[in-house]
Design a protein around this ligand. Structure first.
Ligand SMILES: Nc1ncnc2c1ncn2[C@@H]1O[C@H](COP(=O)(O)OP(=O)(O)OP(=O)(O)O)[C@@H](O)[C@H]1O
Length: 359
């Protein structure tokens, strides 16, 4: 399986810059998710990797060969890339096997070889026995698997997924997530998976590239992105992290620093070399918020909303000292709170977000 190198990639559409200086290295067999809000440039990036868009600057290398730079662009069909789209794009008048074997027939692959490769692809996506069905007689998840088999049969160096689960219902998404993960474990295919759904990215990817406004914000493992976001965008975009001003009291020691948040002392995890500085902010996760014990110090405030989620509720709380800030946390049943109640909370940890330009 091939690797993919994206170097200083920029894309202008007229006066609009959709991608700005993006560099990403995808290792062979890696599963990389590209995650970001609508309009951040995910599809543009995918289209450039596939060769549907030229580059304004920078270059793309697949398996060590340059396929796009400002001078040249290898056509999509010569890039050995498979693409799985969200709308499957299956031929309705062909059977499952005919759909899967289409590209081989076009390339005049012999009948015996074609059947063997189609059978192998069917087995890879757990569709053996369904070769004679029409796409109309398949479930959404099965159609998506046919689309995957159709792309695998061509033995691509790299498979691009463009929001492949966006059209499926919640239950089917979960089971397809399992299938994609199992498929990746079985085949070791190098995958670039575009999504705006962070739980999908977290569940599937070895690493996640978080994008915003055409810029790469962070490229790291799901755990690092969650626990050590590089900036405020990543902190708040991933799992609605709470970004709150803090005062750093002492320089970093052993990956931690003493700080103050909303008038309360706190120990934050942080990157090496952090020093007291102006404008510091930290990211707090819902599980790092708790109700202060009897007589324990904390910050007082009012419960704004209680949203029941089955087994637990999401509680939204506004602190008296920071009325513009909403703190949210999960409270397991039975629910002690209602909107309007007073409470005292404290934080049990947090991550000091590195100063801008220093990640
Ligand atoms: N051909 C084009 N001409 C002009 N602007 C474009 C073109 N294609 C994309 N854009 C703009 O580039 C930006 C990035 O678009 P892109 O489709 O890559 O975003 P995205 O992250 O995939 O969004 P979504 O999740 O909504 O599909 C958007 O502001 C979009 O309007």
């Amino acid at each position: 399986m091939a690797g993919l190198t994206i170097r200083n990639l920029t894309k202008h559409f007229g006066g609009f810059t959709a991608l700005q200086n993006v560099s990403i290295e995808v290792k062979p067999k890696e599963f990389l998710a590209v995650l970001g809000p609508s309009g951040c440039g995910k599809t543009t990036l995918l289209r450039m990797i596939a060769g549907f868009e030229t580059v304004s600057n920078g270059e793309i290398e697949i398996d060590g060969k340059v396929v796009s730079n400002t001078q040249r662009s290898v056509p999509p069909n010569e890039r050995r890339i498979g693409i799985v789209f969200q709308n499957y794009a299956l031929w309705p008048h062909m059977t499952v096997a005919e759909n899967i074997g289409y590209s081989l027939r076009v390339n005049k692959v012999g009948a015996a070889d074609l059947k063997r490769r189609v059978d192998e692809a069917l087995a890879l996506v757990n569709l053996t026995g369904m070769e004679d069905r029409a796409p109309a007689n398949l479930s959404g998840g099965q159609r998506q698997r046919v689309a995957l088999a159709r792309c695998l049969v061509a033995e691509p160096a790299l498979v691009l997924f463009d929001e492949p689960l966006a059209n499926l219902d919640v239950h089917l998404r979960a089971s397809m997530e399992d299938e994609f993960a199992a498929f990746h474990r079985r085949t070791g295919t190098t995958i670039v998976y575009i999504t705006h759904d962070q739980s999908e990215a977290m569940a599937l990817a070895d690493r996640i590239a978080v994008m915003d406004n055409g810029h790469l914000m962070q490229l790291d493992t799901p755990e690092a992105i969650y626990h050590r976001p590089a900036n405020e965008m990543v902190a708040s975009f991933i799992s609605q992290g709470m970004v709150i001003p803090v005062t750093i009291l002492r320089p970093e020691q052993d990956g931690r620093c003493q700080a103050e948040v909303m008038g309360q002392p706190i120990t934050l995890t942080c990157s090496a070399g952090e020093m007291p500085r102006a404008g510091a902010v930290a990211c707090f996760r819902a599980e790092q918020v708790r109700i202060a014990g009897e007589g324990e110090s904390g910050f007082d405030g009012q419960i704004q909303r209680v949203v029941y989620q089955g087994g637990a509720a999401r509680i939204e709380f506004v602190p008296d000292v920071a009325p513009d800030q909403t703190i949210h946390f999960e409270q397991p049943d039975p629910q002690p709170f209602a909107a309007g109640d007073r409470a005292r909370l404290c934080f049990a940890g947090g991550w000091l977000i590195p100063a801008p330009g220093r990640t």
